[in-house]
Ligand binder design. Sequence first.
Ligand code: NAD
Length: 244
Amino acid sequence: MRLEGRRALVTGGASGIGAAIAARLAAEGAEVVIGDLNDDGAAEVASEIGAAAGHLDVTRPESSIELVAEHGPFSILVNNAGTDEFGFFTDTDPGQWDRVLAVNLVGVLACTHAALPGMQVAGYGRVVNIASEAGRVGSKGSAVYSAAKGGVIAFTKVIAREGARFQITANAIAPGPIETPLLMGALEFGELGEKVIETMKAGTQLRRLGQPEEVAAAVAFLASDDASYVTGETLGVSGGLGMV
Ligand SMILES: NC(=O)c1ccc[n+]([C@@H]2O[C@H](COP(=O)([O-])OP(=O)(O)OC[C@H]3O[C@@H](n4cnc5c(N)ncnc54)[C@H](O)[C@@H]3O)[C@@H](O)[C@H]2O)c1
């Protein structure tokens, strides 16, 4: 029960990694609020784990502000909402760049901007950003996504620097290929999607896909006081995929 007395916002908690994070933080004693576009999915996960759910569209900054005003202040923020549109970069268009950056990068800025003032007043905070190994090594078929995730890693370091005097830590997690609807959705793109998943799997030392619970365990560590002297880091949870 490392997180007793803490209030946590998990964005994108209706599915995949976010649902596992919400469940793990709740199991460790946190009061969890799931913010997601998918209201039914968020309500379902919330009722299973004894959490609350609130509507959140991370691409609309006013939506983050409303959610924090209604359910905050939060001592833990997990920026997990994310999406991708697979395809070679030459086949993408500016509309796709906007959509992918809006969720994966601007969404992280918006939620952090909304949640940080409450942490500053409390003199305590834990920000955990779900980036990706794609943001460190670059993922074929995910150019804009990789750019966004690289941005999240750099942003995390700045929040670690600026948050330090308020006892706020900020860390990122770089998952490798994790078996969720997002990753398996790549299969809809046929051969390229299949190849991406197989290549990622082969690129891990452990030669397998990860499970959402394996990412959630790392988030719980970074959100807890066990990680009180850890800030500005990017922790790979990727079976060794991003090892240098
Ligand atoms: N699955 C992987 O292999 C993998 C690898 C590296 C990083 N990640 C990252 O992990 C995070 C979770 O991914 P996942 O695989 O669980 O995906 P998922 O598709 O299963 O879940 C994503 C969740 O985000 C929500 N969401 C999407 N757009 C939103 C918006 N505008 N506002 C609020 N919520 C929104 C969705 O409704 C969904 O519930 C993402 O940031 C993703 O980039 C995933």
